[in-house]
Design a protein around this ligand. Structure first.
Ligand SMILES: [Zn+2]
Ligand SMILES: [Zn+2]
Length: 174
């Protein structure tokens, strides 16, 4: 859905959309959109601004990825909101020398006549996902010795703790 600044200059736009998996491109992120993404919000050009756009909304979606520890499926139900400000790229040059205060709202930029809602959602979903993608907080991962999923089976493999190895190095005087 393209949010055209020309249109926004005439009126505030309210949107409510459902994006089926595949409509927002998550390729290259090792991610899968496992439910439709539902979003509702509004877009407007701020009064007395130089084409500054404010986009607000709430969304829900479920994402899935491979668990970092056990390689099983990790699910991430997301229920998020955003309130974003974008300026046209053309104003950057003029404001280059203006120092941006630390507490200033984070502002993005747009090129051309507006913004794609899909791009904004993609960014919001990626930001909302945890850095560590695990199937559960206490995922036991894969045994480095026998390769079994420790969530499913327990094995008796003995794992040398890394502390011992450091100890051995210390003894060698390294
Ligand atoms: Zn896991
Ligand atoms: Zn094992």
């Amino acid at each position: 859905m393209f949010l055209s600044v020309k249109e926004l200059e005439l009126r505030k736009i309210r949107f409510e959309e459902t994006f089926q998996p595949g409509r927002i491109d998550f390729a290259g992120e090792n991610l899968e959109q496992s439910s439709p993404l539902h979003v509702a919000g509004s877009a407007e050009v701020l009064a007395y601004s130089d084409g500054e756009v404010r986009i607000q909304g709430k969304y829900t979606v479920e994402m899935a990825a491979q668990c970092d520890r056990c390689l099983g499926r990790a699910r991430f139900p997301l229920d998020g909101g955003f309130d974003l400000f974008y300026r046209p790229v053309s104003v950057i040059a003029r404001e280059e020398e203006v120092e941006i205060g630390a507490d200033e709202v984070e502002i993005g930029f747009y090129k051309g006549g507006g913004l794609e809602l899909e791009d904004i959602l993609r960014e919001q979903v990626l930001l909302a996902l945890p850095m560590q993608r695990t199937c559960s907080e206490d995922c036991k991962g894969i045994c480095p010795v026998c390769g079994r999923n420790r969530n499913e089976t327990t094995c008796d493999c003995r794992i040398e703790s890394s502390d011992d190895r450091w100890g051995a190095l210390r003894k060698l005087g390294i």
